[in-house]
Design a protein around this ligand. Sequence first.
Ligand code: PHB
Length: 398
Amino acid sequence: MTNSPSRRLVLTRSAALVGAASSGLLLPEWAMAQSGKIRVGLMLPYSGAFAPLGVAIENGVRMAINEQGGKLGGREIEWFKVDDESDPSKGIENANKLVQRDKVDVLIGTVHSGVQMGIHKVARDSGVLTLIPNAGVHAATRALCAPNVFRTSFSNSQPTLALGQAMVAKGHKKAVWITWKYAAGDEAYEGFKESYTKAGGTIVKELGLPFPNVEFQALLTEIAAIKPDAVACFFAGPSGAKFMKDFAAAGLKGKIALYGSGFLTEGVLQAAGPAADGVMTTLHYSDSLDTPRNNKFRLEYAKAFKMQPDVYAVQGYDTGLLLMQGANAVKGDLSKKPELYKAMEGAVIDSPRGKWTMSKSHNPIQDMYLRVAEKGENKVIGIAAKGLADPGTGCRMG
Ligand code: PHB
């Protein structure tokens, strides 16, 4: 056999490997896992209807970690990114790009509840540490809860569980509900239905359209014909701005009160313009929270990223804080799972939204604020629910 260039290359490489092994440079995988960089995977929407939400979450995660030296438990970080496009049909495949191909130690993701179910299957099968920075799908912290999965955002019914009472208190007792028909909208409806009917309100019609459709016209015509006191909804991202603008353009603004779970007005107030003024929402954050913690966060975020933070940035930031608390407790050795999980379960997150703790099923216990959109700001007008926990139904942890 002639010594072809490609064979020479192989020989040279294997000689180098032998050298590395004998000098101790080639560490076994378990040792690499502790001494090398921590591999952090971000699975977020960087395109599609929720693209700005993905960007805000990544900004928040990086900001929290950079503020404390850019390391996790003393180890440097290697980042891996996958654009999930908010496409549930690719959820499992995309999660496996990070878990199987890139061998991440931690997976952070995602925004869309349907995609989350794909991540969740991979998380449960592989046992990889997973932090959910947005998607509120109930199963992840209820019947399918898992010791290695932590949510830093909300469960889908949490914000709307605070909404019904506030609407009835304003005298709006007859409402139409409208949403995208998928887990996030359906589960937001569960919270709304419970709180609104308990407070004495009546839901006269439920309307829906498939995600990420934004053809609202026919549905707004139907609402005009029904003439309810109020409309309550779940929409998010730039589509929320379009809904508020279409609502106003259909002549409904000022005649029918518009309410929403607070995602409706997050990150889109400039885009929505005057159409958003007066829209009332409930959420676990408000830009106008006048606390030193929130003011400092908003200033630093604006400086770093040249844009204003919203709830998604806060959730990303809190994800970074939680991951850091866990990693610091085990000095960067994420293989010490019982210790790692215990530290994360007991964490008190000093968030721009206010301090929060983790429920037994790994979902935040947190306050819900009542807000009104006014001149480009979500103004806090009260606390709609104090220390609200998701029931964690069917979860047997803790
Ligand atoms: C979700 O799909 O769970 C979801 C998406 C966007 C939000 C909230 C929830 O703003």
